[in-house]
Design a protein around this ligand. Structure first.
Ligand code: ME8
Length: 652
């Protein structure tokens, strides 16, 4: 049997000084997206995450609560594990630095590096930042404070073991130059190279001022420096010195993923430690940006954190993961606000993907009882969709390989938008009226369902429950969990007849009003839904009116719609709720014309609506379009066309 290729990905091991927030969730979800993608490609994946439990910071946090460090971290680690379950993280193992396996490996490594002369005993004097667990020289301080977090530092003098890093600097620079992909993104690589070129000082790798750590094996006055200990987790996790078969299978790691705050530890100290151990270096160290709040960085110690569990409860797992993965552009920071998240979920998932699926499913049921017939006549437009699907597959694959998560989801969105546009272009409700167009209608439905199948597969690494949920209506796969990535690269895998059934909306639209008074720290004001007033036509056109090209105008889908019913919106003076028919399709539109029209005056009228306006909820009612009306100082008059004009007709 052919041996499957292996893939080893890690997240940082997080400090269990407090519960984790969406920043940590971001890294873990992104790494999980990668692990799922690689599994779908057929790789044998090892995905490691865990907790970094030693050091003065944790010891202090525990003491402040009057607890033993281990007792303190045990509780938080339990919460972290639960959080990863909630987010459906598929980590292969979870490593805690307080485990026996880690202690044994750290001691052996420390001893070996000491024996070969790369670790030596000396005196250390320096400025120590306890929250960052880092020493700084006088020169590195900023205004006498920690250059990383801006907090107070303390002058510490102690006997310490030092790791001779400078010795390996030239080799590391050579390695970085020969492997341009080793440190990503490029801006971080340049930063690291400049830092190394500035001269590496030997690293202090032991402490005597506190006890909460792994003892140096030959001198129990010292504990191993927390970063020296923590980085080794990446080796212990895959069985270094303990399970050779496992280790040989997965080492070197394919990717260490983290945010930019800890890139130097991973791109300088860690490779040098591995060089000292004669081990191959990881293939890639990738640093993403930070998720910031409007007021700055989120931090456990500042207490301004966003709890991912609450978001999942409110908005659902797939939606929250989707938002996180799409939010940070390659290597860049992004600003979190609940409003931005909700508007992204509404536009990308409720309007685009969710609507595409529900509209297509409804049409296949309405026109063919859920079963697309085999007789299909294609048109050149169908090929255009196939090409888009192919390009999107290639692009999504390429972006994921590069860990450019946001660009990957942007690519997938392109296919969804193209398919939605295809519905408008082919107007299936018109085809359905004509017996002679049955086979064309079947081809249109098939093209849509194929596009959906591909878009679903491509979204699957980001949204773990999506395939299963969509499959309940679409019945595309016998076993959604076994779908392969490459199936998204092939057109025409759906065999006929299909078996599409009615189902619930996959991504219900979120009412932005739910956000009011949510009491979130540092969030921007909720975006206002577009006012439900009609387009007003004033005359004459003011000179400063900005001219638009015909292509801008063509983006509006204006249609004739027949008003089939109209009622007043309860407790709203200005609003009417109209049911309108556009060809076969029925829609609800909320219009701000109650002061100008009695509901019964509108019924039967053929009005003009903007049919491709983003749906929005007004007073709890989803409005799916806007009615055009002219207005002057006194009146508002709804635009109408003659009663014999077919509803659904285009207005241009
Ligand atoms: O640094 N935006 O642990 P840590 C994006 N124990 N990512 C964020 C984030 C934010 N606002 N906040 C945290 C440590 N992260 C060490 C690691 S590894 C051998 C030892 C994520 O709990 C991001 O991945 O402070 C960042 O690098 C990591 O959490 C820091 O986690």
């Amino acid at each position: 049997m052919e041996k499957r290729k292996s893939y080893y990905i890690t997240t940082p091991i997080y400090y269990p000084s407090d519960n984790l927030h969406i920043g940590h969730a971001y890294t873990t979800v992104a790494a999980d997206c990668m692990a799922r993608f690689k599994r779908m490609q057929g790789y044998d994946v090892f995905y490691l995450t865990g907790t970094d439990e030693h050091g003065q910071k944790i010891e202090r946090a525990a003491r402040e609560k009057g607890m033993e460090p281990i007792e303190y971290v045990d509780g938080i680690v339990e919460n972290i594990r639960k959080l990863w379950e909630i987010l459906q993280i598929t980590n292969t193992d979870f490593i805690r630095t307080t485990e026996k396996r880690q202690e044994e490996v750290v001691k052996k490594i420390f001893e070996r590096v000491y024996e070969q002369g790369d670790i030596y005993l000396s005196q250390y004097e320096g400025w120590y930042c306890s929250p960052c667990e880092t020493f700084f020289t006088e020169r590195q301080l900023e205004d006498g404070k920690c250059p990383d977090c801006g907090r107070e530092v303390e002058l510490l003098k102690e006997e310490s073991y030092f790791f001779n890093m400078a010795k390996y600097a030239p080799r590391l620079l050579e390695h970085i130059a020969a492997h341009p992909d080793f440190i990503q993104p490029e801006s971080r690589r340049n930063e690291v190279v400049n830092f190394i070129k500035g001269g590496l000082e030997d690293l202090c790798v032991s402490r005597t001022t506190f006890k909460w750590g792994i003892p140096v094996p030959f001198n129990s006055n010292h504990v191993v420096y927390v970063w020296f200990d923590a980085l080794i987790n990446y080796l212990t996790g895959v069985g270094y010195l303990q399970d050779d078969a496992l280790f040989n299978k997965y080492w070197p790691a394919d990717v260490h993923l983290m945010a930019k705050d800890i890139i130097r530890f991973h791109a300088i100290i860690w490779p040098i430690m591995l060089m000292a151990l004669d081990l191959p270096l990881p293939k890639k160290v990738m640093a993403h940006g930070w998720i910031l709040l409007e007021g700055g960085k989120m931090s456990k110690s500042k207490g301004n954190v966003i709890d991912p569990r609450i978001l999942v409860d409110k908005y659902g797992l797939d939606a929250v993961r989707y938002y996180l993965i799409k939010e940070l552009s390659f290597g860049q920071d992004g600003v979190y606000s609940e409003e931005i998240m909700v508007s992204r979920i509404n536009s990308d998932l409720a309007n685009d993907l969710g609507n595409l699926i529900s509209r297509t499913a409804a049409m296949i049921i309405r026109y063919f009882g859920g079963k697309i017939p085999a007789e299909r006549s294609s048109a050149p437009l169908d090929e255009e969709i196939q090409n888009t699907a192919r390009q999107v597959y290639l692009e999504a694959t390429e972006k994921l390989e590069k860990l450019d998560f946001s660009a990957y989801l942007h690519a997938v969105s392109r296919l969804v938008s193209r398919a939605n546009k295809y519905i408008d272009e082919t107007a299936p409700w018109l085809l359905a009226k004509d017996e002679a167009q049955q086979s064309r209608l079947a081809a249109v439905m098939y093209t849509l369902l194929e596009s959906i199948r591909i878009a679903l597969i491509l979204n699957a690494p980001a949204m773990p429950t999506l395939l299963e949920r969509a499959n309940q209506q679409l019945n595309l796969w016998d076993e959604p969990a076994r779908v392969k990535w490459e199936e998204a690269g092939k057109w025409g895998l759906i065999s006929l007849p299909t078996n599409v059934q009615k189902g619930e909306a996959l991504f219900p639209r979120i009412d932005v009003k739910l956000l009011e008074g949510a009491g979130l720290p540092d969030t921007v004001p909720a975006p206002q839904p577009p006012a439900p007033v009609e387009k007003t036509v004033t005359s004459p056109v003011p000179a400063e009116t900005k001219m638009v090209g015909i292509e801008d105008f063509a983006r509006l889908d204006l249609r004739v719609a027949e008003v089939v019913s109209a009622v007043k919106m309860p407790k709203a003076d200005k609003l009417l709720i109209l049911k309108v028919r556009l060809g076969e399709e029925e829609r609800t539109v909320v219009a701000g014309i109650a002061q100008h029209y009695a509901p019964e005056d509108l019924v039967g009228k053929k009005v003009v609506i903007v049919a491709n306006l983003q749906p929005t909820k007004l007073r709890g009612v989803m409005s799916q379009g806007m009615i055009l009306a002219a207005s002057d100082e006194q009146r508002v008059e709804v635009l109408t066309v003659s009663p014999d004009m077919a509803s659904g007709s285009r207005v241009k």
